[in-house]
Design a binder for this molecule. Sequence first.
Ligand code: TXA
Ligand code: MG
Length: 341
Amino acid sequence: MITRLLPATDENIRTAAEVIRSGGLVAFPTETVYGLGANALDSDAISKIFTAKGRPADNPLIAHVAIIEAIKLLVSELPSSAVLLMERFMPGPLTLVLPRSPLIPDALTAGGDTVAVRVPAHDVARKLIEYAGVPIAAPSANVSGSPSPTTAAHVLNDMDGKVDIILDGGACSVGVESTVLSLVGTPRLLRPGGVTLEQLRETLSEVEIDDALYGELADGARVSSPGMKYRHYAPSVPVVAVCGAPEATANYLLSKLSDDIHAGFICFNEYSDMFPSELTVSIGVCGANDDHARGLFDALRRLDALKVDIIYAQCPDERGIGLAVSNRLKKAAGFSIINVE
Ligand code: TXA
Ligand code: MG
């Protein structure tokens, strides 16, 4: 298949919408990360997503719609908690898991009885869905297991020859994926993301945190969000997440700077002078968690391309979107985490 990389002009979005309608694959920008889209009501089109990504068949996809009202067609129940969250955070980086409507094909939900729905805030994403006239199923547009793409170049790197069109809408403004919240039973955070836990707790009286967020799961453990059980967001080289006070973690990274190992470093801007510039990517000043979110996946991909043997990364604090950044980094590290005093 020839992949066309097109700037996201109105005309090209219309062309891409036609591809979606005829069962093809289109990668497109959202405010979080680039998505790999297909008609969410067409099982054959959905199966092409799983093939292109090499995604395990038991991992369900998010249905994206252009307007909040369209969610009602995809779910069989809309609790008042959902309505509150939709009013406050949609369009935006929040995905809600709700009981599915009969409209939804099994291919989308991996046979489960819930569906994940989201209204992206990005203009290109919303126009694409609107012009296609169908909800769009879209995982992140990376090869399964590797860091999510935040630029069209990242998508091309992973998906050249596997998708019909890549719409280039520039770099994503959030940089980590949407927050996934289950509203089946007590609200439960399945994946931290662009909408923060603090924000959710301002709106809902109770939000539980799914066990899968804390570490590696026991073999055979049942997971609420199948995506959480895989090593994920990871480049081809090992990653070590180094957690603790910034000064201390910077010093730990420094201790790994030796001639014997060809290590790459991800650090806060304040410390970048301590490391060789050609092996180091800085992701923003300490505490600038929004910048870390925008920079993390690109940093992992850049160091991977340098063919370093191992990547050491300073882990941000877990306030706000820092919880999502830290979660992605720890998953990239396969939970190989160093805590320094
Ligand atoms: O920001 C995002 O959400 C991006 C952009 C493209 O919208 N999409 C994205 O999709 O990150 P994906 O497939 O890479 O991650 C979706 C996550 C997975 O962990 C999956 O297991 C979970 O959501 N998920 C999807 N449907 C679910 C369901 N019915 N119940 C529980 N978890 C679900
Ligand atoms: Mg993904």
